[in-house]
Design a protein around this ligand. Sequence first.
Ligand SMILES: Nc1ncnc2c1ncn2[C@@H]1O[C@H](COP(=O)(O)OP(=O)(O)O)[C@@H](O)[C@H]1O
Ligand SMILES: [Mg+2]
Length: 401
Amino acid sequence: MMEQPALPPVTLTELDQLAQRAATVIARLRDRLYAPGTEKQLDLTFNVRKAAEMVGRSEKLIRDAEGDGRLPMPDKDPDTGRRTGYNLADVNRMREVFGTLPHRGPNDPAMVLAVQNFKGGVGKSTVTVHLAQYLALKGYRVCVVDCDSQASTTSMFGLNPDVDVDEDEDTLYPFFRHGGPKSLHYALRATYWPGVALIPANLGLYDAEYEFAARMAREQSFVLDRLRAGIETIQDQFDVILMDPPPALGMLSLSVLRAANALIIPAPPNNIDFGSTAHFLKMMGATLNELAEHGGARDYAFVKILATKMNDQKSAHIAIKRMMDAVFPMDSLSAVLKDSAEIDNATANLSSVYELTGPGTRTDTHKRCRAYLDAVNREIEVLIRKTWPSHYPALRKEGLL
Ligand SMILES: Nc1ncnc2c1ncn2[C@@H]1O[C@H](COP(=O)(O)OP(=O)(O)O)[C@@H](O)[C@H]1O
Ligand SMILES: [Mg+2]
């Protein structure tokens, strides 16, 4: 008699069942997060003091402009008669009236920034989403290009990748196909964040890797520069284009490296992640050199390592961060994105920390987390502005140049 194996093999049928059950869980989670018929909305409102600070003009100037019709009168709550506050679109209208929108000048290059590391889970999507929203709050025109078929960034912007995104029409995928569209306009869509446009992703985008691999032998530079060419067709409308690449060294990641004119490299200061970041840097160097041989070198305006998920209760994190600073003194951002339950909780609900409202935002945990995020994003904002000559006088006045 044959002995039964201690662990019976898992059959394909069982794997299928497992996948189906996982899909059910995901569907339930999504039903909870995207109630039917509701679109995600931005609830952020600002009182006149906060609006004045964001606009860079006094409350009085805002009231005057409302009084003389240059700005609409603010909405009032029909029950209490009190002002309901301004939303981000209102604040941007004020900036327009007062000439304080921070847009790049007509001769400044659009910033095409990739948040890249070939490792998953290091905080690429978290950094991308929070940077996009931070810049939108400041009044910049931002485009987020989700290049990752796992589509976390797409989900964070309120879309259900399986339902709201058609892989044959809405993602980068058609653009990469043989005989695809001439420009990327078809894929651009507005989000519920004023000032943030999105090119979404879903699982279908993964097929672009095969498509690319098949064409790579014959049309290497066409393939590698396709994304760069696509971005050039839409960059007029934006100050900053942020790319969130997949966590792997594939054709899409290489295209992102080619399309970007600056890089932020998120790297948690722990052995394993930092080891893989070191590996990423080495591979990136080799890959960029190889790419340069096939069609021109690529210079970056800046390449900065950002320590993410840093826990300064852990001596290993502190030690590795110190080493990072010693090895890359010029190449590390001085701000650090600390490990924060606030970020983890927000992303678990497909939200960002910047769009939370209510009593939770008055806690110390929330305030600390916003302070880390703002410090990181402000530093990146200054690096971006330093690539825009029209911003030099303002940067000098602010003591930043
Ligand atoms: N600073 C942080 N503090 C706590 N959790 C974080 C932080 N940054 C990212 N995370 C969490 O880590 C996970 C992976 O982050 P993500 O941005 O999706 O990484 P990647 O895009 O590189 O794969 C997410 O669950 C996210 O909420
Ligand atoms: Mg990601």
